[in-house]
Ligand binder design. Structure first.
Ligand SMILES: [Zn+2]
Ligand SMILES: [Zn+2]
Length: 376
């Protein structure tokens, strides 16, 4: 690894605020969120982050000046920090995309951090999901304060290096314990870890540089989405820290079930009741698709539970051309009530069947033979 001073493009006698300034500039330039997929920028960003970790800390810097990198590796235990392993842990957090979770921002108060993501749930009817729809949603998000353009300062107000922590953003706090004095490093209570104080804070945002805004957003939901589909709108989340990019907006879809069509992927299933007469004789039945009623030819001798496929009458694919299929499952309805006339005809049919229905006779013979085997 190159010299830390060289990496941060500063002189060996650079002040805390010079180190900080140069680091801020470089970190923005090489931040992985702003250089997606660029391995070189990623490596460079890690390098400058490590160099900054060391040079921005008085103790580590003096060790580094005297002993080089060995000085920091051997000495971090008594410095009161988490140590080097912790530093790397934090740096890699950035690439995870989840943002920083730790409470104390001291170690990285100047790193450009991507804003937090927002989750929003949208309920859709079955048909909205199938055909696509445009929805306007209302979210609350943090944006750069418009009054001060995110600086947190009133116009003309100076931003100064904090005089309590001399720009480091950190203070050492001593306390006694049964094992002796313990020194902890916490965020500076005057500048809250930023290392800077503002002469006249912006009245709108009280110096934070951000404001909560109600934002209406138009969401185009494409045809064919399903339950648990997530639509990502990048850059529609909360504003970032230190010039980092905005977070993303994730829209989770909940789709209601339909009373007629059952959906499995992009295929639809429909239970179609037909009369037993149509099943025996065959015929044309009316079948509903997503858009119309069509005539469908049922062959004679159709059995209950038979499934017929109607191609391309399913749900459109979101990411490619085409649609799934519609499957109709035949459900033969046996009437509970019959008229006198129907009964007479059916009786006649029974008489007729028992005389000459070879198919049933064969089926029955097979059935009884199997039955006999069970008891032998
Ligand atoms: Zn403001
Ligand atoms: Zn301070």
């Amino acid at each position: 690894m190159r010299d830390f001073y060289e990496i941060l493009e500063i002189n060996r006698d650079a002040s805390v605020s010079e180190i900080k300034k140069s680091y801020k500039k470089l970190a923005k330039k090489y931040h992985p969120d702003l250089n997606q997929g660029d391995k070189e920028a990623e490596a460079k960003f890690k390098e400058i982050s490590v160099a900054y970790e060391v040079l921005s800390d008085e103790q580590k810097r003096s060790n580094y000046d005297r002993f080089g990198e060995d000085g920091i590796n051997g000495n971090f235990q008594d410095s009161g920090f988490g140590g080097f392993g912790d530093i790397f842990g934090d740096i890699f957090d950035i690439f995870g995309g989840g943002g920083f979770q730790r409470e104390s921002g001291a170690d990285r108060r100047d790193i450009p951090i991507k804003g937090e993501d927002i989750r929003y749930d949208v309920n859709l009817s079955f048909r909205e999901a199938v055909f696509g729809v445009e929805k306007t949603i209302s979210i609350r998000r943090l944006e750069e304060c418009k009054t001060c353009n995110g600086t947190g300062a009133e116009e003309g107000s100076k931003v100064e290096t904090c005089d309590r922590c001399h720009g480091t953003g950190q203070m050492k706090v001593q306390s006694s314990s049964p094992f002796g004095r313990v020194v902890r490093v916490v965020d500076c209570d005057k500048c809250h870890g930023t290392g800077e104080t503002i002469e006249n804070p912006c009245k709108k945002c009280h110096g934070v540089g951000k404001e909560t805004v109600n934002k209406k957003i138009n969401v185009k939901i494409p045809a064919g989405v399903d339950n648990n589909t997530v639509i990502t709108m990048s850059g529609e989340g909360h504003v970032g820290e230190n010039g980092g990019p905005k977070g993303d907006l994730y829209i989770y879809l909940n789709v209601k079930e339909d009373s007629v069509f059952k959906r499995r992927g992009n295929d639809l299933y429909l239970e179609m009741p037909i009369s037993y007469v149509d099943a025996v004789l065959g015929g044309t039945i009316k079948v509903p698709t997503l858009t119309s009623l069509i005539d469908y030819e049922i062959p004679k001798g159709t059995q209950g539970g038979t499934t017929f496929k109607i191609k391309n009458e399913g749900v459109p694919f979101v990411r490619r051309e085409g649609k799934g299929n519609l499957y109709i499952i035949i459900d033969i309805i046996v009437p509970k009530k019959t008229s006198e006339e129907q009964r007479r005809i059916l009786e006649e049919l029974r008489e007729n069947s028992s005389k000459g229905h070879e198919e049933i006779k064969k089926e029955r013979k097979g059935f009884f033979e199997k039955f006999k085997e069970l008891f032998e």
